[in-house]
Design a protein around this ligand. Structure first.
Ligand code: NAD
Ligand code: MG
Length: 390
């Protein structure tokens, strides 16, 4: 029986994780659930899954949750705040942590799970993008097991040999090919992009996801973050990581080998597949996702990405090449820009312009430790906010 902590249980990944867990009560039980502000949803999850601990963002939210849980005679203990998140991620009572908080807020709890040597299922790509080497060192030094949930990275993981040790050459890996749907604006006239609304940007053609990652998919910053994520997970340099647009989202990514073989993982666009894969690894369990009906799909298309249409993708490659804190700065500027776009403070095209400006004025430098990294993250956010208001 695996005891699981789900960081961000009320989000899109969190809900999909609980859906898979509910199918296997003989294998998994929930140790802790966490949510930022959606207290009612969390209370419902607590009544179904009976975790030992539930964590929310603030004291007020904790009070509200406590009342809701009291009404249902629940034994779940309620905590709140960032320290409580780190505590449930590293607690002796859990074996496996699903890191599914969105953005930089997930960094410290994800790191806490790595430092406690947990089996760590990583959806929160921003955490790895920001902290890169620091994160991978924590995994290694503490004997944690890191399994990718992002569908592309999970696909790549499935296409690599079991003994793969982040050394492409040792295993004949020539390239990693990340597929991308191209998002809702793949074929839209570039001249009209400035006028797109948050509603249009979050309407992804194939996947149902949280708002932040949906906007990232529309700008293709999501794929940019995934290039950086792939670099850290698989030890491949930027020139070995290729992006290929594949509008059907059936091939979730591929690995190209020196002998000319190209291995791909296919599946319906449903995150329960990578979640079930990582939960049960190296076994296989039912996820609730049906088989791919290729005859019904009929055709798969592929095209090269256009950096002019998607400048965010280029910025991410530049941040990876620059190294140090450049990726954390890119990520921080992107988080601020996406939130400002969702709040209708800036237009869609301002997202890439703002990130560009922040990266220009704040070049990355070597990161000494977590404190230093968080300082640089804060500086980048401050500068991004200043760029919006001036
Ligand atoms: P979401 O917005 O649906 O959910 C986010 C979760 O994080 C919620 O439970 C929320 O309560 C919690 N949260 C938000 N801000 C917080 C804060 N400041 N402190 C603590 N908790 C906070 O997001 P999502 O789509 O589920 O994505 C989660 C992560 O998984 C992201 O990093 C995303 O890039 C990654 N991911 C998502 C998908 C997908 O299909 N949704 C696919 C691949 C990767
Ligand atoms: Mg992905």
């Amino acid at each position: 029986m695996q005891a699981i902590t789900i960081l961000g249980s009320t989000g899109s990944i969190g809900v999909s994780t609980l859906d898979v867990i509910a199918r296997h009560p003989d294998r998994y039980r929930v140790f802790a659930l966490t949510a930022h502000s959606r207290v009612k949803e969390l209370a419902q999850q607590c009544s179904q899954f009976k975790p030992e601990v539930a964590v929310v963002g603030t004291a007020e939210a904790a009070q509200e949750l406590t009342q809701l849980l009291r009404a249902q005679d629940s034994a779940t203990q309620v905590e709140y705040g960032p320290q409580a998140l780190c505590a449930v991620a590293g607690a002796a009572g859990c074996d496996t942590v699903m890191a599914a908080i969105v953005g930089a807020a997930g960094l410290e709890p994800s790191l806490a799970a790595a430092r406690a040597g947990k089996k760590l299922l990583l959806a929160n790509k921003e955490a790895l993008v920001m902290s890169g080497q620091l994160f991978m060192d924590a995994v290694k030094e503490n004997g944690a097991t890191l399994l990718p949930i992002d569908s592309e990275h999970n696909a790549i993981f499935q296409c690599l040999p079991r003994a793969y040790g982040r050394e492409p050459d040792a295993h004949g890996v020539a390239k990693i090919v990340l597929t991308a749907s191209g998002g809702p604006f793949l074929r839209r006239d570039v001249a009209t992009l400035e006028a797109v609304t948050p509603e249009e940007a979050v309407a992804h053609p194939n996947w149902v996801m949280g708002r932040k990652i949906s906007v990232d998919s529309a700008t293709m910053m999501n794929k940019g973050l995934e290039v950086i994520e792939a670099h850290w997970l698989f030890g491949a340099s930027a020139d070995r990581i290729e992006v290929l647009i594949h509008p059907q989202s059936v091939i979730h990514s591929m690995v190209s080998y020196v002998d000319g073989s190209l291995l791909a993982q296919l599946g319906n666009p449903d995150m329960r597949t990578p979640i079930a894969h990582a939960l049960a690894y190296p076994e296989r369990i039912v996820s609730g996702v049906g088989p791919v009906d290729l005859a019904k799909i009929g055709q798969l298309q592929f095209l090269a990405p256009d950096f002019e249409r998607f400048p965010c993708l280029k910025l991410a490659y530049e941040a990876l090449e620059a190294g140090g804190s450049a990726a954390a700065i890119l990520n921080a500027a992107n988080e601020v820009a996406v939130q400002a776009f969702l709040d209708r403070e800036i237009g869609f095209r301002m997202i890439d312009q703002l990130i560009h400006r922040v990266m220009d004025r704040l070049p990355g430098r070597t990161v000494t430790d977590l404190e230093d990294l968080l300082d640089q993250d804060r500086d980048a956010r401050r500068l991004a906010h200043a760029c919006i208001t001036t």
